[in-house]
Design a protein around this ligand. Structure first.
Ligand code: FE2
Length: 419
């Protein structure tokens, strides 16, 4: 978990940034109100600004869950619309910079009219974009089918189906009904394996117990596995890992499982969150460690919440990494801005010999707004590359001793296979 100092620093920096954004709104829209009637506008901005930090504080207190939920929803929606208006104001400001050489030729009255017309246009555009974003977020998550070819896949695993869920953010906005709906959709697919790649929750176990309960009903022939995201560590990471285990969902903490089919195998590994894993002693993200003692000839799939783990995954020789975390930017303007900080935003990509699939998020975080598509349930269909025979014959002799990350039953099968 984050230390108190880290929390205070985060809270102070985030609140200052948020205050500046609201000040930007005041600067950009103040002319929309006559000078003597600006007080209600300033008061509304101040109340709007206070909502987000207050909801963050309330979420850490013992105030009734329902009150916190309602407050959070209002605060998040305000944050969504404020972000939209802010970016539109920035775009208008950039436009006005470009138009400056011609401004002196335009009469003052006409300039005032243009400013007011653009204020109105910004408000309407924000309403339309925000409204469509809310409507999209409210729709059911969609199933996205993704065929992926792996070079070392054995014949028995052709057509193997993995359902990936990610970034539910079960909390104030994503509740039991939503989780139940996703579970039913997943079970209808009759997958071979279900994986959840982190950021499952936004709240403590005692608050969210009934809302995560439907996850116990997920059904897959080879089980359901979890890898931690950054948000698990904000809300009592160890307690969540224990609770998920009780629901029949083991967490792969830099460890792996060997899945067997007709004498062949597939390695499913998981690492802790790229950055936050280290907040628990001995839990720093280590995709390489997860492979200790496993044969190099078998295909390797890594569950890693943050896409940037792919650099370590490629070094460790994984064939495929399944990630989430980005939400594809989730809503405008972040659907644009995310490309400035994330090299892998959504969909299928590759780094070196490692393929990477980034799920856009089954749920959402913050404002109930989505642009660029509904929540995602990924159905991955594995197939093999036909030219895999040469690769597969390599490395059978390497790392042959079963290591500490294999379960006893897998160790037996693994030993039999290698003999
Ligand atoms: Fe995340």
């Amino acid at each position: 978990m984050r230390s108190l100092t880290e929390m205070l620093v985060f809270f102070s920096v985030a609140s200052t940034g948020w205050a500046l954004v609201h000040f930007g709104l005041y600067r950009g829209l103040r002319h929309a109100f006559p000078e003597k009637k600006r007080k209600p506008f300033i008061a509304a901005l101040f109340v709007g600004f206070s909502l987000a930090p207050l909801s963050m504080l309330l979420a850490r207190t013992s105030v009734a869950t329902r009150v916190v939920e309602t407050f959070s929803r209002i605060a998040f929606i305000e944050a969504g619309f404020v972000s939209l208006i802010f970016i539109l104001l920035v775009l208008r400001w950039l436009g006005s910079l470009l138009a400056r050489p011609f401004a002196s030729k335009v009469k003052t009255a006409r300039r005032d009219f243009l400013r007011r017309a653009s204020d109105l246009a910004i408000a309407l555009t924000a309403l339309v974009i925000g409204g469509t974003g809310i409507a999209t977020a409210m729709r059911e998550p969609q199933i996205i089918r993704v065929p992926i070819r792996l070079p070392r896949l054995g014949e028995p695993f052709r057509g193997y189906r993995i359902v990936q869920l990610s970034d539910f953010h079960i909390g104030p906005a994503f509740r039991e009904e939503g989780v139940r709906l996703v579970v039913d959709k997943v079970n209808a697919l009759k997958p071979d394996l279900v994986v959840i790649t982190g950021d499952l929750i936004d709240g403590y176990v005692h608050e969210l117990r009934p809302h995560v309960a439907p996850l116990a009903d997920l059904k897959a022939r080879d089980g359901v596995y979890f890898a931690t995201g950054n948000h698990e560590y904000y809300w009592g990471g160890e307690e969540w890992i224990r609770h998920l285990e009780e629901l029949g969902i083991p967490t792969l903490r830099n460890e792996a499982r060997l899945i067997e089919r007709d004498g062949d195998g597939l390695i499913i590994a998981g690492c802790t969150d790229y950055r936050m894993g280290r907040s628990i002693k001995g839990d720093a993200s280590d995709p390489q460690k997860a492979l200790e003692g496993l044969p190099r000839a078998l295909p390797r799939i890594l569950l890693a919440h943050q896409p940037q783990s792919v650099y370590q995954a490629a070094e460790a020789g994984y064939d495929l990494q399944l990630s989430g975390h980005t939400h594809g930017g989730q809503f405008f303007p972040f659907t644009w801005l995310i490309h400035l900080v994330q090299p892998f935003v959504a969909g299928l990509d590759r780094h070196g010999d490692t393929q990477l699939y980034v799920n856009r998020g089954t749920g959402f975080w913050g404002p109930a707004m989505r642009h660029g598509g509904e929540g995602e349930i990924t159905e991955i269909l594995l197939d093999k590359l036909e030219e895999e025979a040469v690769v597969r014959s390599e490395g059978l002799e390497e790392d042959a001793s079963p290591g500490p990350n294999l379960r006893p039953e897998s160790v037996r099968a693994h030993a039999m296979k290698e003999v």
